[in-house]
Ligand binder design. Structure first.
Ligand code: FE2
Ligand code: FE2
Ligand code: FE2
Ligand code: FE2
Length: 376
């Protein structure tokens, strides 16, 4: 909750603003019970009320032109993003009246972009009129048009959770921390859990930094980061209360399988390096790797047999094992090779060129993201 309050403060949403947002949402009964859509609608309400808030703060004095322009730009950009999410949803589920609905979106965007240039002069009256028009339009549109498709989905039992999950996996949907904070405040719902998946990377960064896991050998760091990424993904999926059981199981199964395979790939890389540079404790280290392989295979079997607690136990143990192995055992490799890091680098290049190690773009992105953040 404290983190949420901090985020709200950073967005300039004080207690009165919070109350106004909640009241507007509840009074108009805007909830459609599709968490991602509700979140985006709440964010649109927030942007409109941010504009209104500028009027209140200015209290008759000149409006800050720069700020008003920024809000209008945000509103236009986000409305476009939201409409395209809805229209994709119509296409994916073959909704009736989709064309008429999309036309309304287009007219609104057109209107908004015309007004955005007029409002730049920052006149109070015109902004006031605009705010009340925007509030009315959005309310009516949600209650009539959007409710129409929401009812259709609810009636036909379409699996929207799975649909959005796929969008998140494909990175077709982004939800930032500010949006989550405002959603939590207004909807007072915990359903947000399932859409916080964008936080996988930030969880990885947190784990990485607080456990001091860098080995200073880029390829090993990259592979460790990817293993932690998988554990975090599995953790979120196994704890998600709102995801349908079948979707959760599918994600867990996929990640367990990938993690097992990737651990094997990683161990092979480490073992090749230890062997090449005649690391003294290689046999003990390899035994640990072997122990891990057997342990995961056992757990994966329990998991396949339908032990519902197996996923949660597996995540917990994976995490414990991985973090302590990296921090203690893999750290010994760093110490032993610290004067040969350039040679290690050269050797790794050879392994990559010969195809013994494969790098994937997502892994490189994650590595750059974390190491970039670390340097700050
Ligand atoms: Fe909408
Ligand atoms: Fe709509
Ligand atoms: Fe390792
Ligand atoms: Fe290792």
């Amino acid at each position: 909750m404290a983190a949420n309050t901090g985020t709200l403060e950073a967005l300039g949403i004080g207690p009165d603003f919070q109350e106004n947002l909640k009241q507007f949402w509840l009074r108009n009964n805007l909830k459609l019970d599709i968490p991602v859509v509700d979140l985006q609608h709440i964010w649109l309400v927030y942007l409109i009320m941010e504009l209104e808030n500028e009027l209140l703060i200015a209290a008759g004095e000149a409006l800050p032109e720069e700020k008003v322009r920024k809000i209008m730009g945000d509103l236009l950009g986000f409305a476009t993003e939201h409409f395209s999410l809805e229209e994709d949803l119509f296409l994916a589920f073959d909704i009736p009246d989709a064309m008429e609905h999309a036309d309304k979106h287009r007219h609104f965007v057109q209107f908004l972009s015309e007004r955005a240039s007029e409002v730049k002069s920052g006149k109070h009256d015109s902004v006031k009129t605009l705010v009340s028009f925007l509030k009315d339009w959005l309310t009516m549109h949600i209650l009539r048009d959007d409710k129409h498709y929401a009812d259709y989905y609810h009636d036909t039992g379409a699996d929207l959770k799975q649909y959005f999950q796929r969008q998140i996996e494909k990175h077709a949907l982004t939800i930032d921390r500010g949006q989550v904070a405002v959603y939590k405040l207004v909807s007072e719902s915990n359903e947000v859990h399932e859409i916080v998946n964008e936080n996988i990377a930030s969880n990885v960064v947190k784990i990485w930094n607080s456990n001091n896991l860098s080995t200073q050998i880029p390829i090993i760091d990259l592979q460790h980061l990817w293993l932690i990424h998988m554990v975090v993904e599995l953790d979120l999926a196994s704890r998600s209360r709102n995801m349908a059981t079948s979707a959760r199981e599918k994600i867990c199964q996929r990640v367990v399988q990938q993690a097992t395979q990737y651990a094997h790939e990683h161990f092979t890389t480490e073992e090749r390096i230890m062997e090449k540079f005649k690391f003294a404790e290689i046999s003990g280290h390899m035994r640990q790797h072997q122990g891990f392989r057997e342990f995961v295979a056992r757990r994966a079997l329990e998991f396949r047999r339908g032990d519902t607690q197996a996923a949660i136990k597996l995540v917990h143990d994976l995490r414990e094992w991985l973090l302590s192995h990296i921090a203690i055992e893999d750290h010994k490799i760093t110490i032993a090779l610290k004067n040969h890091l350039n040679d290690v680098q050269k050797f790794v290049r050879e392994l990559i060129n010969s195809g013994e190690i494969t790098l994937r773009k997502k892994q490189i992105d994650l590595y750059n993201q974390v190491c970039g953040l670390q340097r700050v």
